[in-house]
Design a protein around this ligand. Sequence first.
Ligand code: NAP
Length: 243
Amino acid sequence: MKTVLITGASRGIGAATAKLFAANGYTVAINYYRSVESAERLVQEITAAGGDAFAVCADVANEQAVSEMMQSVLQRCGRLDVLIHNAGIANQALLTDTTPQEWHRMLGVHLDGAYYCCRAAIPAMLKNGGGKILTVSSMWGVTGASCEVAYSSAKAGLIGFSKALAKELGPSNITVNCVAPGVIDTDMCSSLDADTMKGLAEETPLQRLGTSTDVANALLFLASEQASFITGQVLGVNGGFLI
Ligand code: NAP
């Protein structure tokens, strides 16, 4: 049975991805940091539907925690086929109001997290003779967003990270791709009021906000054999918001 580790899978896009991969036969390692109850509920839901999932706690910005998480995944499953680095945080503030702590935390979760998770996952994939690494960036990492300089920097960094790693790991039969969602209706957007969300939907050529499942479907495709000749790519899942 193929195994996927999804970071930040307790809620939102990660949780929808966990359900979709489980429904498609993967054993799913559900990483969470703070939301232990929703991670455990998700494990129960997947198990009740006949799937195989378990929860693993780690702050992805903590090297030791990531290394322990990887050990427990490999102990339980014996292999890792797919890594999805999806964990993320958002913060809206002028750059001049952003504290050094907020700045470092933003880069820590998104970029250090990608580095720690990939570095821990690659040896297991090499042992398998290949694998798939997927990162979740954002359209703001492509265009930049006002009042989200830290977030945009982290997400742009993730795109460079994914492209460079794709070149490095291609000869080892490990593909690395990135999805760059547009506005997806999850907790991450909860600071935006209803009018703003409505405006964003209207600004989107497909005239709606994205769902977590929209992103999960793209990730499932990129993890599939059908995508075996695709690497180093950034796939926009944004309803045409950014073309
Ligand atoms: P969400 O609903 O707020 O969920 C965020 C997830 O990340 C949670 O499961 C959370 O886990 C986890 N997380 C946060 N910090 C973590 C840490 N230090 N270690 C491990 N897990 C951590 O957000 P979402 O919308 O699903 O976002 C998922 C990804 O998509 C993020 O990378 C985000 O930047 C990206 N994205 C989202 C949108 C959007 O419009 N929603 C658009 C573009 C890109 P706990 O609750 O357990 O701490």
